[in-house]
Design a protein around this ligand. Sequence first.
Ligand SMILES: Nc1nc2c(ncn2[C@@H]2O[C@H](COP(=O)(O)OP(=O)(O)O)[C@@H](O)[C@H]2O)c(=O)[nH]1
Ligand SMILES: [Mg+2]
Length: 357
Amino acid sequence: MERFGFVGLPNAGKSSLYNALAGGGALAAPYAFATTDPNVGVARVLDTRLDALAEMSGSANVVPATVQFTDIGGLVEGAHKGEGLGNMFLAGIREVDAIVFVLRAFDDADVPGDPDPLEQLRVLEIELSLADLESAEKHLDKQRKAARGDASLGATVTALEHAGAALAEGTPVYRSDLTADEREALLPFFLLTNKPVLALVNIGEGQLDESAALVAPVGEALDGAEVLPMCVQLEAEAALLPADERQEMLEGLGLGRGALVSFVQAAYTLMGLRTFFTTGEKESRAWTFRAGATAPECAGVIHTDFERGFIRAETIHVDELLAIGSLVAARAEGKVRSEGKDYQPVDGDVMEFRFNV
Ligand SMILES: Nc1nc2c(ncn2[C@@H]2O[C@H](COP(=O)(O)OP(=O)(O)O)[C@@H](O)[C@H]2O)c(=O)[nH]1
Ligand SMILES: [Mg+2]
């Protein structure tokens, strides 16, 4: 299962965010697997489309998609040299599929630390880039030697050189000018900054009105990466309430369904994850696939037999299906397409697989 990890300076609100997700009745998923790491949680990806499908089909069971999240712990200046828990911390980042920077904007005299999101981002990026620079140089050395006997490694060497030049200037790979091909060539080296990033600006209760202004410069510094404002403390308090009271509190604050829900959705999408649905009386379910997967690969998410014996996928987009109101009516109108093995499903496809094993 894909995992995103919280990275930030001490007292930015990472553990509070973890607790808000892990303790939230709406978002925390029951453990469907055994994990030995107490810092790994599972969050449901709430999706109103799934609820609507379940209602349409009168489903007895509703199963949302899930993702893992982890609190990697505090990074301090010098982590790349092993300061603090530096090495453990960097190892923690290597294991995640996407990085969520938790940047503090809230001011609280009782909580040490600087509420300057841009300065925190600067420190974090330097530490990660320096750690990457060291591994890029190490790998470059080896790859250059290997390339003498194997011309096919030329592109890898070029990518490492290019990454090294960016990192030496303090530019993380995720906002460098490396091409998509170069970034792919670097995947075997597990660089920290060759992962997708998202930032969360932890704002104080009194800053709800200024959230757009607090977020904008961070988005710019991250070269267009998604940045979300969240009052982690309020969300954590709301997460502990029963569903109806939670909704009342969040709506009373003008926070709608709350920022946690959109945050989990953003992290899910950032990791390249997409959803297809199955729906019926027994169950409506959201399944996760990687953007670009084919219909048989999606079928394989449900069962390997479905992939092996794939014949076709009866497909209709959830928006169209919900507008029509039932699968029976959609079929009668000829709106359910029969897709073959080359079809690449899009987010929101409702599918029924025909297979033969
Ligand atoms: N005033 C205020 N305090 C917060 C907020 N978020 C977290 N804190 C407090 O800041 C301290 C550090 O938070 P924590 O989640 O442990 O930070 P971490 O070091 O990044 O894990 C705790 O005392 C939290 O209660 C917030 O939005 N507003
Ligand atoms: Mg903590």
